[in-house]
Design a protein around this ligand. Structure first.
Ligand code: DQA
Length: 140
């Protein structure tokens, strides 16, 4: 199978911003680890990060027929982007929502995701391992 790991707004600064919340590994190093993990399990993976909502919508739309699953950490877009929600609802590719932090133990505005309803499932609170678990969910 072939997967897309999609990261949204501010995730490109993982390892540099709020290290106490998101850890010290950069997105690049996390992606390198994930690539090795996926390959070791006999699958393929691509990566894309954008701070631009429309680019994420396009990436989701263009995933149809190309990927078997998307792992999506939309960052703060999670909490208010109806555009990303509609993009997910508009494709047959299953999407697993991911968060590194336990959003329910943080500020109230993070407790609500407008994406979960249209996702296959949600994994949160396990740092970079949230991505591992989300990917694994596609082949377990
Ligand atoms: C996040 C949680 C969001 O609330 C936040 O805006 C992020 C990262 C996470 O991975 O824990 O940017 O999605």
């Amino acid at each position: 199978m072939k997967f897309l790991v999609l990261n949204g707004v501010n995730l490109g600064r993982t390892g540099m911003r709020e290290k106490g919340v998101y850890g010290t590994d950069t997105l690049e190093s996390i992606n390198r680890e994930l690539a090795a993990f996926v390959k070791a399990n006999g699958h393929e993976v691509d990566f894309f990060q954008s701070n631009i909502e429309g680019e994420l919508c396009s990436a989701i739309g263009n995933a149809e027929g190309v990927y078997d699953g998307i792992v999506l950490n939309a960052g703060a877009f999670t909490h208010y982007s109806y555009a990303i929600r509609d993009a997910i609802a508009g494709v047959k590719v299953p999407v697993v929502e991911v968060h590194m932090s336990n959003v329910h133990a943080r500020e109230e505005f993070r407790h609500k995701s407008v994406l979960t309803e249209v996702c296959r499932g949600e994994i949160l609170g396990f740092g970079k391992y949230s991505y591992y678990l989300a990917l694994e969910s596609f082949w377990l």
